[in-house]
Design a protein around this ligand. Structure first.
Ligand code: SF4
Ligand code: SF4
Length: 76
């Protein structure tokens, strides 16, 4: 069976800057960034990506399906 890697992704155009993911992240990885997306919201960024434990709590709570952990095929 092929190995899979977990990757944290942010779809910044969907973010509405509610801050729920920032509050729930156990590792304080996420912050509301200074850049605006096309909807006019300051979107979330991974301020400390090296601390992310890929728990996907942020993905579970985001009401706009703007971020989370996905599995990708590991390269050989
Ligand atoms: S996957 Fe977990 S540790 Fe990583 S940003 Fe989301 S809530 Fe934080
Ligand atoms: S929970 Fe979703 S919409 Fe709210 S700040 Fe985080 S990424 Fe943006």
């Amino acid at each position: 069976m092929a190995a899979k890697n977990k990757v944290h992704v942010i779809e910044s155009r969907r973010c509405k800057s509610c801050g729920v993911c920032v509050a729930v992240c156990p590792k304080k990885v996420l912050e509301i960034g200074s850049e605006l997306n096309e909807q006019g919201y300051n979107y979330v960024v991974q301020a400390r990506p090296e601390d992310c434990i890929k728990c996907n709590l942020c993905g579970v709570v985001c009401p706009d399906i703007a971020l989370g952990v996905v599995e990708v095929q590991a390269s050989a």
